[in-house]
Write a protein that binds this ligand. Structure first.
Ligand code: SF4
Length: 470
């Protein structure tokens, strides 16, 4: 088999692993070698399905003795198999780098013979490569590998990672019975300890060897088992705290086979769920949220219609609107649409004078969302009150997007006072009830909103927009 044929098989087989973003490693160009890494991370582009492509992302081998039900490369799957020799993979990486196709290598593998044998193949490849290549290398540790092999490879790679794969021990026992939780957790502990030790040594000795300077990451498959988002987020939070993970990646389950214990569906797990988990991950890493803020036993899954921060705000509406001139940083960052930078700018600005509503746009606050949840110097200018029953629909990402024309002039919005009133129902005596005047501009054309006659969805109503103008 030619190297090109192997590359076709092993490149295709590697695409299911999403944990390949690279950053945080620093290695300057060395004399006689090509490549370097920078603190800013390797630039990478993304394929249409969201996968990173600027690293040469490939398997050492797709031969595997294990039979993980969710995996394309499992032993029971009848697919063409190939294995690179260390020399072939080294040549390939250098050739691609010189042609400017890639900026680094992401190397994973099936389990050939046993975990240590596979790690030895990878170690020989990386040793050869490091003689000429100082660029970024992300290496997947094989669960069950010995501490010695993990340590040797950690000295050669920039980032090492061990996939946790599934969010609970029960799920792992069901879908990947040959992988034991301990065989996954133990390498993570080893990597964490060796990385911390190398950092300490680096402070004392200038030439102390680095161990996985870009840290470790892991990946979880979402949707192959009934585990809830709360379970996934709680585990991810523990990974960040206890294993000092740089990143936890979430990978929506892609049906790659018809194993009898996998969910039977033609529809893959929506990428929106993966997206919501990334948003939640961001909130508990940088915004002081806990997984229990975002989901609980009654509602263990994230809301697909609104982002997790807005969903939290809607569930805790008694906190809103928040006065931005007096709220602390933590509360400011809980306002939907308001990020860390905007919160810091508000805090800096209010030291000089109270921040007014007009200042917020200039400070970079995204008012599209934030307007409903804050007051500035006591003034509230949101189109809907925070406790309005329509706010969730207004904030929903699932509304039918309205395609704006590239050529027509934008439609002028009716002035607040002149806006048509909207009938929202009748009281117990039959008198009409109206929503506030600006509501007609804010309501989404959503089929989920049923009012007026109590049955007809908006789409079924005559062209009266969102209600009857009176
Ligand atoms: S050990 Fe890795 S490559 Fe082998 S079947 Fe399991 S997930 Fe796939």
């Amino acid at each position: 088999m030619t190297v090109q044929e192997k590359l076709l098989i092993l490149g295709e087989a590697a695409r299911y692993d999403v944990s390949c973003a690279s950053s945080g490693s620093k290695r300057v160009k060395e004399k006689g070698k090509v490549g370097s890494t920078a603190n800013g991370g390797i630039c990478h582009s993304w394929t249409a399905d969201g996968r990173c492509v600027s690293l040469l992302k490939v398997l050492m081998s797709n031969v595997c003795i294990y039979d993980c039900a969710y995996c394309h490369n499992r032993v029971s799957n009848d697919v063409p198999r190939a294995t690179f020799t260390p020399e072939e993979l080294c040549e390939l990486t250098l050739g691609f780098y010189r042609r400017n196709y890639i900026e680094g290598l992401f190397l994973s593998s099936g389990v050939v013979k046993n975990p240590d044998y596979t790690m030895e193949l990878m170690e020989r490849t990386l040793t050869l490569l490091r003689e000429q290549f100082a660029g970024y290398i992300h290496l997947k540790v094989i669960p069950g590998a010995s501490a010695l092999m993990i340590h040797r490879l950690g000295l050669l790679a920039d980032r090492v990672s061990c996939n946790i794969e599934l969010p609970s021990a029960n799920s792992l026992a069901l879908l990947a019975p040959q992988k034991k939780p301990q065989a996954i957790i133990e390498p993570m502990r080893l990597i964490k300890t060796a990385n911390a030790q190398a950092l300490e040594d680096g402070k004392k000795f200038r030439n102390a060897p680095q161990f996985a300077p870009a840290g470790q990451s892991t990946q979880m498959i979402v949707g192959a088992t009934p585990d809830s988002d709360l379970t996934i987020m709680t585990l991810a939070r523990a990974m960040y705290q206890k294993m000092r993970m740089r990143r936890v990646y979430y990978s929506a389950y892609l049906p790659v086979g018809n194993h009898p214990i996998l969910p039977v569906s033609d529809v893959p797990v929506p990428l929106l769920r993966e997206h919501r988990l990334y948003q939640a991950d961001f909130l508990f890493r940088f915004y002081g949220f806990e997984p229990s803020d975002l989901a609980d036993d009654r509602h263990p899954n994230l809301d697909m219609a609104v982002d997790p921060k807005a969903a939290w705000a809607l569930r805790n509406i008694h906190h809103f609107p928040i006065e931005i001139n007096t709220a602390d940083r933590e509360m400011l960052m809980r306002i939907p649409g308001l990020g860390q930078i905007s919160a810091d700018r508000i805090i800096a600005a209010r030291r000089l004078a109270p921040v007014q509503w007009d200042h917020l746009k200039k400070l970079g606050v995204v008012m599209k969302r934030a307007q409903y949840f804050l007051t500035a110097a006591g003034k509230f200018c949101g189109k809907l009150q925070p406790d309005s029953p329509f706010l969730r629909d207004v904030l929903s990402d699932l509304r039918d997007p309205e395609q704006t024309s590239m050529f027509d002039a934008p439609k002028a919005l009716p002035a607040h006072e002149d806006a048509p009133k909207v009938i929202i129902g009748r009281d117990t005596r039959g008198a009409l009830l109206y929503e506030q005047p600006s509501l007609a501009d804010s309501l989404p054309p959503s089929n989920s909103i049923r009012r007026i006659d109590g049955n007809a969805p908006y789409a079924a109503l005559p062209q009266q927009a969102h209600g009857f103008a009176v």
